[in-house]
Ligand binder design. Structure first.
Ligand code: UD1
Length: 422
């Protein structure tokens, strides 16, 4: 199993290219199931989660081929011959549940394994189920699988209000409603940029959608969708992660392809901490010019609030801030597993329920640490950039799920980082 070795201390200078969004791509790929014509995605990130979704689509009979070193995904769902998403694939990645809505909409039936336990919380499927039931689906749980059927053979338009603005439930409803008969309305819909990206792609495929990016999305069902080519939106979480690298280590880095509208709430907190962020014609430039950052309080919220997927990385920054910061996690109940690992590096953190209190120290010290999930793993690498001495992050397979070429991107701006086989 590989580890990442970081020797901290040096400033970072240069540019980092930001990839297409993992979470957008994972929702866009199942959209191929809605049409018998090809769907091509460009600007796809090269990640193991994308490979898992490719395998899942192929297991259903779809063609899915990675071209141009994985940046282009050519898919066709002309010959779907299996409507069951198997546990062996779904257990690896919760986003596999995004095939449920499209399969149900086009074929009137689908069987999808429940995802099972997840390191960052229970993450049940109840909201997906009630959203699809509002479109006329009947869903039963048998042997760990959701057996879904469109009553009367096809989905019908319906109105539904989500109890919480779930990203995945919004995506499943949106895809399912594109082919349902009549008008569908989703209230308290999630407003994440990945949902806007999905709606834009579905519209290119012939779907009639209004209101994406707001809390109410209206979909007028159509009889069929056609093929399309779509460019995946910039990954705002990868963007925020690399913006934190110079904020933590010092220096000045431009994140190419970065857009302020994708990360405004996060940038507000960076600026409050004393980090400079400027828009350039090609992206976002981040600089830390003098002294320690200031402590800030952060509360994770659905978009446009501060993203839960940047909480661990922000904690890495605040470990060396001047003062006491509070981080409140409101989306996932068990998302502070990086805290004890950061404490191994000398951080002072206390976790009480959903809040972590971080008392900044002058300097972290390198240590052997363990990645526990995707975002936690990158937070340890960020912390290592500023720590004195060597940090060895093990279990980096978590990292490969969501960050392509981390070593190349960070060493490109001067970080002392390498990947080693253990
Ligand atoms: C997506 C993102 C993930 C991000 C999360 C929140 C993808 C592939 N993943 O995950 O990176 O951290 O949004 O921004 O896009 N919940 C229920 N019942 C449900 C569905 C969700 O209780 O039926 C709960 C979850 O346990 C969690 C909260 O709702 O506590 C948010 O989940 P949701 O927005 O659905 O996240 P995902 O779509 O799984």
């Amino acid at each position: 199993m590989d580890s990442i070795v970081v020797n901290g201390g040096g400033e970072l200078h240069g540019t980092i290219p930001i990839a297409g969004a993992k979470n957008a791509c994972l929702a866009l790929m199942p959209a191929t199931l809605l049409s018998e014509e090809p769907l091509t995605l460009t600007n796809a990130p090269r990640l193991s989660d994308i490979k898992t979704m490719t395998l899942l689509l192929q297991s259903l009979g779809a063609e899915a081929t990675a071209l141009q070193d994985g940046q282009v995904l050519a898919m066709s769902s002309h010959d779907i011959n299996n409507l069951t998403a198997d546990y062996e694939i779904v257990r690896k990645m919760r986003a596999s549940n995004l095939v449920l809505g499209p399969l149900l909409a086009r074929f009137g039936r689908a069987v999808v394994s429940l995802p099972g336990g997840c390191a960052i919380g229970a993450r049940p499927m109840d909201m997906h189920i009630s959203a699809l039931e509002a479109l006329g689906a009947k869903i039963d749980l048998k042997d760990g699988y959701l057996h879904a059927e469109a009553m009367g053979g096809a989905l019908k338009g319906g109105t539904h209000e989500l109890g919480f603005a779930s990203v995945g439930a919004t995506e499943n409803f949106l895809m399912a409603a594109t082919l349902a008969k009549g008008t569908s309305v989703l209230k308290n819909a999630a407003r994440e940029p990945e949902i806007v990206d999905l709606a834009q792609c579905l519209r290119k495929m012939g779907a009639q959608i209004e209101g994406e990016g707001t809390s109410t999305i209206t979909i007028e069902g159509v009889d069929r969708l056609h093929g399309a080519t779509h460019q995946v939106v910039t990954d705002r979480i990868e963007l925020g992660t690399y913006m934190l690298a110079p904020a933590i280590a010092g220096g000045e880095v431009e994140c190419l392809g970065g857009r302020l509208d994708l990360v405004q709430a996060f940038v507000d907190k960076l600026e409050e901490a004393g980090i400079e962020v400027t828009e350039t014609p090609t992206g976002l430039k981040v600089a830390r010019r003098n002294g320690r950052v200031k402590a800030v309080d952060v509360r994770t919220e659905p978009f446009p609030g501060f993203p839960t997927d940047l909480q661990a990385q922000m904690m890495a920054l605040l470990c060396t801030a001047d003062g006491v910061s509070h981080l409140e996690e409101t989306i996932f109940e068990n998302r502070f597993m990086h805290a004890p690992e950061l404490m191994r590096m000398g951080a002072q953190i206390e976790v009480h329920g959903g809040t972590a209190t971080v008392t900044g120290v002058e300097r972290l010290k390198g240590a052997p640490v363990m990645a526990t999930d995707l975002r936690a793993s990158v937070s340890l690498i960020l912390a290592g950039l500023a720590a004195e001495g060597e940090t060895v992050v093990s279990r980096v397979y978590h990292l490969d799920r969501g960050y392509e070429h981390v070593v190349r991107k960070l060493s490109g701006v001067g970080a002392n980082i390498k990947r080693v086989k253990v």
